[in-house]
Design a protein. Sequence first.
Lengths: 169, 254
Amino acid sequence: MERQAALIEPLIPGLRRYARAWLRDASLADDLVQDCLERAVSSWRRRNGDAMRPWLYAILHNLLVDHGRRVARRGTLVPIDAADGAALSIAPEQSAGIEHRDLLRSLDALPSDQRAAILLVSVEDLSYADAALVLDIPIGTLMSRLSRGRDHLARLIGAGERPKLRRVK
Amino acid sequence: MIAPIGEDDLMAWVDGRLPPERRPLVDAYLAEHRDVASQLRLKREQRVALSSAFSAVTSEPIPSAMRVDAIAARHRSGPAWWHAAAAAFLLAVGFGGGWGLRTTTLPPQAGIGALAQEATYNYRVYASDLQRGVEIGPEDRQQLISWASQQIGSRVAIPDLASAGYRFAGGRLVATPHGPAVMFLYEGPSNTRLAVLSRPMEIDKAAGMTSGMDGDINRISWADRGIGFSIVAPRSPADLQPVADAIRRQTLTV
């Protein structure tokens, strides 16, 4: 059982990052990560040798999707403009030519399946095979979601503030 | 046979995951297609921007509640902690949700409406079993009167409903959101139970009779001189009205 901690804990920072990228609300995101960890521990025996990383991300991803459905049903979404600021982690040197707010706003405007593919691959750096496992889709579907999502994101960012975007290194 | 360039090659180029054997091919393709190449460079830049936009959280210390050994210990020691937390959460949700809905769906919180609701709740709990439903039986009227008067801070009298066919069966104190109330229980024709609930009123100190129903139970409520009354029984309003009139007459002439 000590092995559990050694296998799960190194992945917690990434799980928190994934949840926070979805929700932008740090404490809500941590609540869902906590829920994810509780479920992981309680269903440990049913893991059946699945690889740890995609297994954990899949639990969290499903919690995030469920949460999104509940919120959508209630019809109370936190406006992006109210959520960013304190809730967002703005790394100082991140905007290499891309305006931070533009980026996040465009990300939020993506359909959630494209956003998930992008976040899992670009931010969490999951392999294509692992990202496909998390989303429970064939790898070909993942690649096309990733490709469409990146096209879409580029268009959305481009539609924002073009001059800033064009400052390519 | 060399496989043609696919979108998976381009995505792998963006992610820096191109297998070495595909790299020369993709590079040659991009050299020919400058527009695709600039699009891909943009996407690679966006990838970097995204991953650094969310990187800050990974350097935060993880909350101690996320320590896996602690979670595992809780799960080993049984579900008590988790259930308690879940129960607290559900209570909070229930309370919060209920509070949010209070003006639309909940019964009135004060005044005659609230009094009638309290009478109905208590009737449902206590009237079904007269032996256990009363704290002080009909043989100890004086004790009941002095105790109840002291508790609710107002002189109470036990209405005599014999003329309406109801025999006094005892009484008790009940809790309401507005403090203690006294409830008298009566037994009528064909085992019908009737309850009279009475307490001081903060608002609606004087209010005319209003009737209402809750399922099979009808009730009539009113207030005089700062004391509210509500009578409750599974009888028609027409049957209840003379009882209500009798009580009102008696209390006003005390």
